[in-house]
Design a protein around this ligand. Structure first.
Ligand code: DC
Length: 223
């Protein structure tokens, strides 16, 4: 038996899973794991250390031993340090996202991060946001949700998010990057982005965040 109940929320970037997972965790008063931030931190560590992004043995060692610190914050994106450097902003760039997607395709890197992710499962419960939370990291989770949205809608959301931060971005370029990342995440040999057999699927293309959060909370309360 697991020491804490777990809700997995998996899906592609821009499906709204970050915002939705955090809102669900906050409503339940549970811990929150942003597993993408972990892969992004390894991506940033690899870029800043000058590692080729396909050097699997070195990157696995980096994932295991890099001095990456996480501050679990329910209200906003986690604060992340690499050694003494605050990389919270840096991990959110497209460059870090692409690097994360490349290092995440390496089996030894995924294996190195497995236990770190499982350590987040603490009472009273955990909401885990990622790509393979329900399939690989927490296969016995009490509730698994797979969130989707069309690539065009996800690109529009990303564009809005960036312009709110004052970052200029070109919509067709964002769409291309999203499609490229989706393809890599869906077709990689280990832990590809696919729904678990027992996942409940939600298409958020035309549903508000609030409606999706309410649906997941209804399911959680019925557990
Ligand atoms: O959710 P995100 O955009 O922050 O994730 C960044 C990249 O990390 C994404 O392209 C795929 C990878 N990732 C993964 O392979 N497995 C996870 N559980 C989370 C993220």
């Amino acid at each position: 038996m697991s020491i804490a109940p777990i809700i997995c929320i998996d899906g592609p970037s821009g499906s709204g899973k970050g915002t939705i997972s955090r809102a669900v965790a906050r409503a339940l008063g549970w811990h929150f794991l942003d597993s993408g931030a972990l892969y992004r931190a390894v991506g940033v560590a690899a870029l800043s250390g000058g590692y080729p992004l396909d050097d699997e043995p070195s990157l696995a060692k980096l994932a295991l031993h890099a001095d990456i610190e996480f501050e679990d914050r329910i209200d906003r994106e986690p604060h992340v340090w690499l050694g003494d450097d605050d990389i919270s902003e840096m991990i959110r760039t497209e460059e870090a996202g692409q690097a994360a997607s490349k290092v995440a395709a390496l089996p030894a890197v995924r294996a190195a991060l497995l236990q770190k992710q499982r350590n987040f499962a603490q009472p009273p419960g955990l909401v885990a946001d990622g790509r393979d939370m329900g399939t690989v990291v927490f296969p016995h989770a009490e509730l698994k949700v797979f969130l989707t949205a069309s690539a065009e809608e996800r690109a529009r959301r990303r564009h809005k998010q960036l312009s709110e931060k004052g970052i200029e971005a070109i919509l067709p370029a964002l769409l291309r990057e999203i499609e490229e990342r989706d393809l890599r995440d869906r077709t990689r040999a280990v832990a590809p982005l696919v729904p678990a057999n027992d996942a409940r699927i939600i298409d958020s293309t035309s549903q508000s965040i609030d409606v999706v959060v309410a649906t997941v909370l209804d399911w959680a309360h019925a557990l």
